[in-house]
Write a protein that binds this ligand. Sequence first.
Ligand code: SF4
Length: 184
Amino acid sequence: MSKEKVLVHACCATCCAYVLEKLESAYNPVIYYYNPNIYPQDEYRLRRNELQHYAAYKNVDFIEEKYDPEEWQTRTKGLEDEPEKGRRCSECFRMRLQKTASFAHANKFKQFTTTLTISPHKDSKTILEIGKQTAVLHNVIFLAEDFKKQAGFQKTMIIAKKENFYRQDFCGCMYSRRRKFTSK
Ligand code: SF4
């Protein structure tokens, strides 16, 4: 019997590697790259290319959504000075998961999930809550997995090092990038 498809919102190869490993025994994962938060576009392309190559190597389908950073700016207007794990991040998660849930529904995926919970820098409780809310709105199932559990982050880092992935040292948006440079 063929495995059921799951749409996996993914932000980069490093975060996705262990998630794929975890899901592929029970599901047929399809990667969905929708990350309008990433700045600048060169950084967006770097992360996309690395993930796309890894998907091809793993023989996993890869879908890239339109890059719309202006829309992300509009959604996060007024939240520029929020700290990481604050309200800007919640809006950033919501925007990406809404698009993923909407794509899943429109393309007959019964379920979706996200790699975002694997990062120790991100609040899994908030991500899982937003995932469940967007699932209800779009009439799909959200696989509410906290991938950082059972040393998920450490496991994905082992794969990232072995595969020699490009690994960024800031979350993604211009504000997290700016903080990286000003904190040095
Ligand atoms: S710090 Fe990361 S999660 Fe928060 S708004 Fe920026 S890109 Fe999004």
